[in-house]
Ligand binder design. Sequence first.
Ligand SMILES: [Fe+2]
Ligand SMILES: [Fe+2]
Length: 430
Amino acid sequence: MDETSKTNEPEVDHKVSNLVGGELGDEQEKKIDVSTLKVPVSSKVQARQTEIADKIRGSLRSLSNADVITRDKVIEHVGQALADIDDIESKPELDATAMDETLDRAIPKLQMYMDDVIRTQSLHKDLMAMFIGDLIDTTGPNRDTTKLFLNIEYSGVNFLTNHTLNVMLLSISLGIELSKLMEKKLTLPEISSDLKKILICNRKIFTRNELIDLGIAALLHDIHYRITFPELSKDKKFTLKEESVVERHAAESYHYLKQHFPGLDYEIVRSVYQHHEYLDGTGTPNGVSGRMIARYSPILSFADHYILGATENPFQQILHPNKLLQNMMTKDRNKFDDDILLAFIRGAGIYPIGSWYVFSNATIGVVTKIHPDAVKKPTIRCVVNSKMQAIPIQEIDMRYEDIKVMAPVSVLKLKELVPDFHKLLIKAVA
Ligand SMILES: [Fe+2]
Ligand SMILES: [Fe+2]
């Protein structure tokens, strides 16, 4: 039976019914020189790289007549990428406080890097690489992006800084999840015997240095706003003239970077230009599709679309994250790469981490942890009753309890109706 079945719906206060903001239908089922950024490779990583390369090479044996040089380049790249990701995932998980501290430190640093790009035309590329490397190690292993959404609520800094950090974190997480997904695909017989398919998979696998480049692209993607609207707030109302600046911001960011940083990797610069392009050609500024799409663009465009769609911003109304994801899986499906969608679901779930729901135990709670092998059964924390009163926080792993998601709840409504919601929110994820 559908999880949203009305017959299972608990008695809820009228205020709760006001919060319901969507349906949970079953259709959901369906050039910086990189060498200057390189982190020294440890012997452990080197050994792992060789091990993975051997494994992949074994599955690609049937390609004996194919382009051997290309094949070997792929093997080397995949081996390096997967060894890097193993290394990232071997790092200890951060607890909530450590995660908080990392993100608190990230905000002023990010602000400084973005400001310096404008003020002194300086990229600080080595520092930027270290900064992004730190974010990779923080967000990669435990997939905990809850803080990402909370950060938007309380950090009190400029909209653009918050937005940029969120797009960076989501892009990095997607890059990691996507690489792991592609590792599995590469060993499927129908893929491993077809060099063309192997090359497509290879474009979606990222080494640590490529994840850093992806992070740099995300850091710079909206840089033109820093020039035109230095104090951009989420409540800003644009005039007609300003709206045309908004329309041009991707192209203007690209031209700014090309003019001031001619050595910046062209894949990064192109991705900035294309961060509002979609795979079906319905995006802006050029409506390009297919082969014209740069390597990091599909991830950046997915991350930007999701973050803008789910978090308060001056450009568009927001949706509940579940409803947004539902749209991305159905009516907007052709805009996005299926593998990226799948990577998102494995990392953030069908009920995306950080989103709120009414549950069948007549409480309202937030999704705090995803289990990649049971994406419809996350761990939740129930924090409010149907009368909008705080209750003792109850953590429930939905894999082991008979509790169902009844309806999505808008975080904006919770902010409006729950006394001291902000404090409660922090307590909920502590
Ligand atoms: Fe943008
Ligand atoms: Fe953006």
